[in-house]
Design a protein around this ligand. Sequence first.
Ligand code: BGC
Length: 409
Amino acid sequence: MPLMYSQRLRNGSPLLLGAIAAVLWANTAQAQSSSEDNAGSSVGSGIQTSVFGHLPDGRQVDVYQLTNANGIELRVTNYGGIILSLKTPDMDGKFDDIALGFDSLEAYLSDEYRQANPYFGAIIGRYGNRIAGGQFSLDGETYSLATNDGSNHLHGGDQGFDKVLWQAEPFESDAGNGLVLRYTSEDGEEGYPGKLEVEVTYTLTDNDELMVDYRAVTDKATPINLTQHSYFNLKGEGSDTILDHQLMINAPEFTPVNDTLIPTGEIRPVEGTPFDFTQATPIGERIEQENEQLAFGGGYDHNFVLARDNAASDELVLAAKVWEPQSGRLVEITTTEPAIQFYSGNFLNGDLTGKQGQAYEHRSGFALETQHYPDSPNQEAFPSTILVPGETYRSRTVYRFSAQQDLGS
Ligand code: BGC
């Protein structure tokens, strides 16, 4: 609706404005009646449900607004499990929305957005990042996937988990207010083997954490690598670049790529390279250095191998911290995953307009995607991403939001 809304506004006649008011009123009424329906369920004041819109086939899409005891507010839709907004305080207690995205379902469904395909805020699956040539072999069979990124397969294909409607169930628990999203990916969907039942749970805790839990089971062996693709700008979405944000990645190594961003197989120490973020460093400090890897990515777009030492595979370890000096906002990411993709928003080019009407310019948001390594199904030396029947895929990532005057040690 807002897309039509802005088009109509440009026409600007009073009659049309009256029509808009009526439409907006109807929308609000619809949203209210939907929250009233939901208020009847076990959901309390920390969770509000409203209608986001309808898919072209008529299915209703909802928005869930979760609030914690300190006023942090997260809005999620069951379309793609997309995080629409996240409001957190700066060091003066002023709340801003730090997640890039849109206010309307139409914006996510638009051709313009689908062509740019930045995957703002979405759940990514079955496989986060790239699979070379859209092909892999498993148990003697070769599988062909969509090649939706040049000659490679990216983020699950043409209709990955970011573009499907999930079943949603809000809940309140001792851990916080949350939302469980469930999706069944049928055998053969996007070329992948096996019927995969997936569950992703967002929990907003009173300790100012967003906890994301992933769980899946399959009836045939299949690759799986789920992640969350939020872009943050800790100054507030729609602000200028993220180049002054200071980033620490707890990774002594990274996986260099070829010119189509497929890992070469090498695991290279970061020491002495622009990829050394073991000490907090402004993202922009070395991004323009002459460096083949930076040239391939158009900036940072690489998989960092985390220092997990002897941590068990279900143990959370620190993956990254990002601190923004003006607002003092800090996000700390811990995960059970072995790696994290750091993407400095290199493909944003100002073509998409965000929630405040500001264009999302080059590098105006960053993504830190916890994951297994890209192209693992074709790289035997990488940790396996194959889930087999009888086993359960489990993964957890926690983002903790705070604000402080300096980064400290
Ligand atoms: C990838 C980028 C890609 C971006 C948006 C990131 O996870 O690493 O190469 O452009 O997602 O699709």
